[in-house]
Design a binder for this molecule. Structure first.
Ligand code: TYD
Ligand code: MG
Length: 474
């Protein structure tokens, strides 16, 4: 959120100065975050990405002009208590896991962006949803800008699509799409992908920030005007020539991202922003020969291939939105070939890893400076919760000492700079998930222990600091 705001502020400052100075004819726009600059720069000063600035025609902010004879609409303040509450009539997408990410279903008039790397499953999930909705009598218009209708049909055949109310429109011109939409009056609109849509009133090339933003803004107006839910897909790309979904985050109501990579069978869809539900909620799917299949018990799946009694492997309990999730954290500590050890983390914050290593060195006296430390969260999932600190620290200790942590143990807790193990939110939900999956021992912050002692079949141990933790773990 921070970066978007700063980009917005920056842009308005840039526009202000531009209006003072001689009007330029072109401007350079970062295709990753949308920040603008008068000169070309190798690295965007806002988001730090390299080679993402692209020259575009400068358009001064348009002054709103109304046709003669029409008075401008003026909003006046309303009393809060006079505003009628609106029941958020949600429609199920037909896929439970997906409804969960959306905050309980599809809200009328909402604009949802689904981002992810190419080939990760964006078209697949929207097609499955279109099928489910179309079968229930919802009229769905699927605008396909990337694939021909034949290709979409081929995917549909694999997915077993049978909806009779589903219409395909292979079109990329924004005005043509809007015209067809007005004709068909669908109950549900899909644009796959927003980066292919262009308006001929804008001079910059299709896929550029101005084009993509304009198309998204028009879709927003359409969604709000007609109360039709609109789903956009957007590619996350490494190269800077296409505007990424990040540049649209502030426009749309809900942003969902596919996480993980194509090399794993499972796909995680996470709500990065949601005006109609909890952010950070995740849905877990498995990519099969016949499309994305919801995973009923994600913890079980993430722990499936866990090696028993291996050193450096620890199970920790995270909260993903409102759902607890058990994941395996792996650490590998091995003596370095270079002067000072490397630290690498996948699925966990790199800086947080360095911090935890420093705490382990200082408070427990582990000699880690001459060691390479690699962290990996198994299954390609990303965890960004302080509550996972303890899991990461335990995995590092286990690998360093060459001693496994018993396989039936789950740990969680935040670690402070003095080596204290601090309490975390929703300890009970985490503990219950561990119990449900048959774990026998739970090591958690002492302040979280209250009320959990009587958890059936689980020995719950509270620890105050890393010293206590070591004696409990090994
Ligand atoms: P797709 O939805 O086309 O990706 P995106 O729209 O995000 O670019 O998914 C493409 C990948 O998914 C492709 O590599 C093939 C795989 N896939 C399956 O494994 N099973 C299926 O039933 C389908 C439709 C796709
Ligand atoms: Mg696609």
């Amino acid at each position: 959120m921070q970066s978007i705001n700063s980009a917005e502020i920056r842009n308005s400052v840039v526009s202000f100065f531009l209006s003072m100075a001689k009007q330029p004819t072109t401007i350079f726009t970062c295709q990753n975050c949308g920040a603008q600059s008068r000169k070309w720069l190798g690295q965007c000063t806002d988001c730090g990405e390299w080679n993402t600035l692209v020259e575009e025609t400068y358009r001064p902010p348009s002054k709103q002009t109304l046709p003669p004879g029409i008075a401008p609409l003026v909003a006046s303040p309303l009393s809060y208590s006079d505003i009628e509450p609106q029941d958020d009539s949600r429609v199920s997408s037909g896929i439970d896991e997906f409804d969960r990410v959306l905050g309980g279903g599809i809200v009328a008039g909402s604009l949802v962006l689904i981002g992810g790397a190419p080939g990760i499953g964006k078209s697949t999930i929207v097609m499955q949803m279109a099928d489910k909705l179309g079968r229930n009598g919802t009229r769905v218009l699927y605008v396909t800008g990337e694939e021909s209708e034949k290709q979409v049909k081929m995917r549909g055949e694999r997915l077993g699509v049978e909806a009779s109310n589903l219409f395909l429109l292979p079109e990329t011109n924004l005005n043509a799409i809007l015209a067809e939409t007005d004709k068909l009056k669908p109950d549900f609109l899909i644009i796959d992908s927003i980066q292919t849509v262009y308006s001929d009133q804008i001079e910059s090339s299709p896929g550029s920030v101005s084009q993509v933003r304009d198309a998204a803004a028009k879709m927003m107006m359409f969604a709000k005007r007609t109360s039709t839910p609109v789903f956009l897909t957007g590619h996350v790309t490494k190269e800077g020539s296409i505007a990424g979904p990040k540049t649209l985050e502030h426009i749309v109501d809900t942003v969902l991202y596919f996480e993980g990579d194509r090399h794993h069978n499972h796909r995680v869809i996470r709500a990065a922003k949601n005006r109609f539900g909890a952010a950070n909620e995740i849905g877990v799917f498995e990519m099969t020969g016949t499309g994305l299949r919801p995973v009923a018990n994600p913890s079980e799946m993430f722990l499936q291939e866990r090696p028993e009694n291996a050193t450096g492997s620890v199970v920790t309990a995270c909260m993903e939105g409102t759902r607890p999730l058990l994941v395996e954290v792996q650490a590998l500590v091995s003596s370095t070939k270079f002067g000072s050890g490397r630290r690498m983390a996948q699925g966990f914050d790199q800086n947080r890893t360095s911090l935890l290593i420093a705490v382990l060195e200082k408070r427990l006296g582990l000699h880690l400076s001459g060691e390479d430390v690699f962290i990996n969260v198994a299954g390609g999932i990303e965890i960004d919760e302080p509550a996972a600190d303890f899991g990461v620290a335990a995995a590092i200790m286990s690998s360093f000492r060459n001693q496994p942590v018993p396989a039936d143990t789950v740990v969680f807790g935040e670690i402070g700079l003095t080596g204290e193990v601090r309490g975390v939110l929703q300890a009970e939900a985490r503990a219950r998930e561990a119990q449900a999956l048959g774990f026998k021992k739970l090591i958690l912050p002492a302040s979280n222990k209250k009320g959990l002692e009587k958890l059936l079949g689980v020995r719950v141990v509270g620890v105050r600091n890393l010293d206590d933790a070591v004696s409990e773990l090994f």
